[in-house]
Design a protein around this ligand. Structure first.
Ligand code: UTP
Ligand code: MN
Length: 557
């Protein structure tokens, strides 16, 4: 899309430069209707700055070549111009003449010219059409199928691949989401969710958003004035001052560092900031801050835990766990879920879901597994949570705010991942001729992953490094979640732990609103017939819900 923003671009609007006409043959008239005054003036200035002629008067400028409008049809443009000229006695005739002699185009054409910094050819898709004589009332089911439900109401109905066409926009919306989460409180939580939903809607679109018309029908953007303003700025200018200000804000950057500490959420981070603490060293030195055991580990291994875990490392950890489960309970399945199963090449942790084909066999597995891993000195930290599952859990909706927490027996841990095993795995992968894409994951951080925090910190000259760096160790610290699910609930656990978080939220919302059912990571409960619906596979769950099956790689909303 647009070129990345240079620092000085932001100020251009304020200090206007003298403009030079570069394209004598083009004279643009922008129809003001449906465009806010400020934006209207901005568009004119922008075009002039890029060397275009922009007509101020449709009446006096006879050589207008392009009429640009944010309207749907030629008739609307004619009406808007005629009404502007109603004081003139042959206003209607002038308006008609202008429409005859110029191209009447949508904002996409204008945006493309601004991006390319020159007049681009008018294509048919740019031209505003006459109103159709017969208006189709609703799309046929065939049309809906062909569109892949990309503008369906619920994110779980849409195909949301990892790589999509609107990253500039979704990154911006996700910065707003994060900002709202950092601020905290119920109202900001709702705002955060609205930003997330808007971002999810854009991720499912089959092409880049070029004008506001491309998003006007999206369910999750209706009424979202704030989202729309930011989207509009980004498609027109390639940057948003609001987003830049948020990302450059000292408070926001410090909150990012503090919330990056394992075991430290937004509320604690805010408290630290309000005590004038700005770096992890400040936190460690503060006499009135006592850290939980989790947070102490979080600070100590800050650098390691904020370096994305890659797929090879995830596989090494899985292999270590499998070695032990095979000894303890042969036949146990150990699956890497979370972002990796959705195709991400890296993530913030490794989520391992374990189960045994025979219900109940899994019961003492976790304790034994942890004991063995401890013996091999592979664990730096463990926080074990016993199963809190009861039958009532099935019919009770997961609490809206903490919907990601389920009732399985699990362990939040920090693994000591031996470096030599990572090297070994890379080596065997190479020998086995695994694809370049797979091995390159070792070196490259996936586009969609956050940049390692240290890099950002160096840029901001804030000293936030953890106490220990991994150079002196033979292992790296990695966050691992171990989850135990009985076979009868496995499909539901797999779906829950596959995510994404937004996918879960959406499919649970869909189940409730459209099917009158309660979906959790433990099961699906039919509230009309008062019964739980068993599922052996994820496909079964989609079937129960009358939803088209979505592969994990298409659940990246
Ligand atoms: P993560 O937070 O690990 O997300 O939870 P992720 O998508 O794998 O992201 P990265 O790549 O690590 O950064 C994995 C999934 O597990 C669910 C979450 O909702 C998410 O979809 N989850 C998490 C549960 O179902 N229950 C929990 O208690 C915790
Ligand atoms: Mn994960």
């Amino acid at each position: 899309m647009s070129a990345p923003m240079g620092k000085n671009r932001k100020n251009r609007g304020r200090n206007e430069e003298p403009t030079v006409v570069k394209f004598q043959d083009v004279n643009i008239f922008i129809v003001e209707r449906k465009i806010q005054r400020v934006r209207f003036e901005h568009l004119k200035k922008l075009a002039r700055r890029k060397g275009f002629r922009v007509a101020d008067s449709i009446e006096l400028d006879e050589d207008i070549t392009h009429i640009v409008a944010e309207l749907d049809h030629r008739e609307d443009v004619l009406e808007a111009i005629s009404s502007k000229l109603k004081a003139s006695k042959d206003g209607q005739a002038i308006a008609e003449r202008r429409l005859e002699s110029a191209e009447v185009v949508c904002m996409d054409w204008f945006t493309a010219c601004m991006e390319e910094q020159k007049p681009v050819e008018v294509k048919d898709e740019h031209r505003l059409k006459a109103k159709p004589k017969v208006v189709a009332i609703c799309p046929s089911s065939e049309q809906i199928r062909n569109s892949g439900y990309q503008d369906a109401r619920f994110a779980c109905q849409r195909r949301t691949p990892l790589k999509h066409h609107n990253k500039l926009l979704t990154d911006a919306l996700e910065s707003l989401e994060k900002h709202a989460e950092f601020l905290g409180g119920d109202q900001n939580q709702s705002r955060a969710l609205a930003f997330r939903k808007a971002s999810a809607a854009l991720k499912a679109l089959p092409k880049p958003v070029r004008s506001m018309r491309d998003v006007q029908n999206l369910y999750d953007l209706r009424g979202g004035k704030h989202c729309k303003k930011v989207i509009q700025e980004l498609i027109e200018d390639g940057f948003s001052t609001e987003i830049d200000n948020i990302r450059e804000d000292k408070w926001f950057q410090t909150m990012e560092v503090f919330t990056g500490v394992f075991g430290c959420g937004a509320a604690t981070s805010r408290k630290w900031y309000d005590k004038d603490l700005r770096t992890l060293k400040d936190v460690l030195d503060a006499p009135d801050v006592s850290l939980t055991k989790e947070q102490r580990k979080g600070v100590e291994f800050y650098d390691d835990l904020n370096t994305p875990v890659n797929r090879i490392e995830a596989e090494v950890i899985r292999d270590l766990v499998v070695e032990e489960t095979e000894r303890i309970l042969p036949g146990t399945t150990v699956v890497i879920t979370g972002g990796f199963i959705r195709g991400k090449e890296s993530g913030h942790d490794v989520d391992l879901l374990m189960s045994h084909p025979e219900d109940g066999k899994e019961e003492s597995l976790l304790a034994k597994l942890l004991k063995n891993l401890h013996k091999r000195e592979l664990l730096e930290y463990t926080d074990i949570q016993n199963s809190s599952f009861t039958k009532e859990v099935l019919s009770r909706p997961a609490q809206a705010r903490r919907s990601h927490l389920d009732h399985y027996e699990r362990c939040f841990s920090i693994f000591r991942l031996p470096k030599h095993l990572i090297e070994q795995k890379k080596h065997t992968k190479k020998q086995n001729g695994s694809s370049d894409a797979e091995t390159s994951a070792v070196k490259d951080i996936d586009d969609d992953s956050p940049a390692p925090k240290q890099m950002k910190l160096e840029q901001t000259n804030v000293d936030n490094r953890g106490v220990g760096t991994s150079e002196s160790r033979s292992w790296v610290a990695r966050r691992v979640d171990l989850i135990i699910a009985p076979a009868s609930q496995y499909a539901y656990a797999l779906m829950g732990w596959t995510g994404s978080r937004m996918f879960n939220r959406s499919i649970r919302d869909y189940a409730n609103k459209e099917m009158n059912m309660t979906l959790t990571s433990h099961g699906l409960y039919d509230k009309v017939n008062f019964k739980s619906l068993p599922a052996d596979t994820e496909e079964d769950i989609f079937n129960h819900l009358k939803l088209e099956y979505r592969e994990p790689v298409d659940r990246n909303c």
